[in-house]
Design a protein around this ligand. Structure first.
Ligand SMILES: *Cc1c(COP(=O)(O)O)cnc(C)c1O
Length: 436
């Protein structure tokens, strides 16, 4: 695609907004997954909630549910988005407990699926109405310790899988790609997780991790590129958000559109959320993914033909060179791209300097601290309301008349466990970026 106008623009590494030409406000095709599957994932998380609350004291207040707040962003809006029509809000997954990132819902759901399956098979649980607290027994730990869970990660997925896997008693191996931060590796090793460091990129770490795990029948591989279990765990966020919108009396309907801006790596987390929100809000929700200018793998993957592997961003002369480690992915999940085909509104790209200035501005106005990956969504509202492409989208979807009733929701996806000295460096770089 390097010889197309879009390919040329991406190659230059300049930020842009791409509108998905295959987007359909009302879906015609039935997907292999449904709202029922999302409810089942939610039910599974609820079955495990008493156990989670025992394993992780920070979940006691929420009775074992791993959820984040829906926050107004009035100060940020006043200072930096004063011309934005509608309401500005933040979905605060930067503070998601246990894993400290959006990976908590998906990663923990997948490990719980596996643990539940093993426990039922080995009669530790007689059925899904049984008391799940028995899974903290020495017998359960001994069973889980027979099995290995493996995953490849740029950092945050490994953190999520490693923390829950180790807490249940599994052996956990995390294959880290080259961009993984040292503090994320240390946090895992401190919990007894084996961390294998790869000097290659994420897609290569996935291939290596998958091959090693497939060779061992007792090893279960959490496959970020092909996992409905991860995807459905992420999608549960949509049910939770629906509830929070109701509680805060925020309408989403034909006259009150909801725009959601989510940072995107391989595509699973934002894809699951996009899918879940579409099941609930149909044509009234509009999801845009945010990717680094150096790693727009889902944007590229959405152009690739259905019968081949997605193109990698390297084929466009890009280098995956970004401080947004959570988004540093060269090749998208083919499966996620196919599920997104008609439901994703578009993708915008963000330069690293902008990530840092956004995280600085967010801290200055709202006292919220996030990691660079989690800042990618903040460029969204401007792309939608001020750019040529954004105006085209508004007119295609006949939204111009209701923009002043819109809710713009920026998803902040990670940051809780960033060590203070790292956070200080991010803030300093942000302050420099804002001044220049
Ligand atoms: C993983 C991650 C994302 C994106 O999720 P994908 O499933 O890789 O698309 C966004 N932000 C942060 C902080 C992440 O760790």
């Amino acid at each position: 695609m390097i010889d197309t106008p879009l390919g040329q623009a991406l190659n230059k590494g300049e930020p842009l907004l791409w509108l998905n030409p295959a987007y359909q406000a009302t879906q015609s095709e039935q997907s292999e997954l449904s709202l029922t599957d999302i409810h089942q994932a939610d039910q599974r998380l609820r079955r495990f909630a008493p156990l989670l609350s025992q394993l992780f004291p920070e979940l006691q207040d929420s009775n074992g549910l791993i959820e984040s707040e829906l926050l107004p962003a009035d100060a940020l809006k006043q200072q930096y988005f004063s011309a934005l029509p509608g309401r500005l809000m933040i979905k605060g997954d930067h503070a998601l407990p246990v894993a400290g990132s959006i990976k908590a819902r998906g990663g923990i759901h997948e490990v719980l699926c596996h643990a539940e399956h093993l426990a039922l098979k080995h009669s530790l649980l007689s059925n899904t109405d049984d008391d799940y607290l028995t899974l903290t027994s020495p017998a359960a730990k001994a069973l889980f310790n027979h099995y290995e869970i493996a995953v490849s990660s740029t950092g945050n997925l490994g953190l999520s899988i490693g923390v829950i896997g180790a807490a249940l008693g599994f052996k956990v191996i995390v294959h880290m790609s080259m961009e993984a931060k040292d503090w994320k590796k240390k946090r895992l090793r401190d919990r007894g997780v084996t961390v294998v460091e790869h000097s290659d990129d994420y897609s290569a770490a996935v291939a290596a991790g998958r091959a090693a795990s497939d060779a061992d029948p007792k090893s279960y591989f959490v496959d970020d590129e092909n996992s409905p279990r991860l995807f459905l765990g992420y999608a549960v966020a949509a049910l939770r958000l629906q509830q929070q919108l109701i509680e805060q009396q925020i309408q989403v309907d034909a006259k009150h559109p909801l725009f959601v801006y989510i940072p995107c790596g391989v595509g699973g987390a934002p894809g699951g959320i996009n899918f879940g929100l579409k099941q609930i809000f149909g044509p009234y929700v509009h999801c845009f993914f945010a990717e680094p200018v150096q790693a727009p793998c889902v944007l590229v993957g959405m152009q690739s033909s259905a019968d081949s592997e997605p193109d990698s961003v390297y084929s466009l002369g890009l280098k995956v060179d970004t401080e947004a480690d959570g988004l540093a992915v060269s090749m998208a999940s083919k499966w996620v791209c196919s599920v997104m085909q008609n439901i994703l509104s578009g993708v915008f790209t963000v330069a690293d300097d902008e990530l840092f200035s956004q995280l600085y501005q967010l801290f200055q106005t709202e006292a919220i601290q996030i990691e660079p990956s989690a800042a990618a969504g903040f460029a969204g509202p401007r792309w939608l309301t001020e750019s040529e492409q954004g105006k085209t989208y508004q007119s295609q979807q006949t939204l111009e008349q209701c923009m002043s009733n819109a809710t713009h929701l920026i998803w902040t996806t990670g940051g809780l466990f960033v060590p203070p000295e790292e956070m200080q460096k991010f803030q300093q770089r942000g302050a420099r970026a804002v001044r220049s």
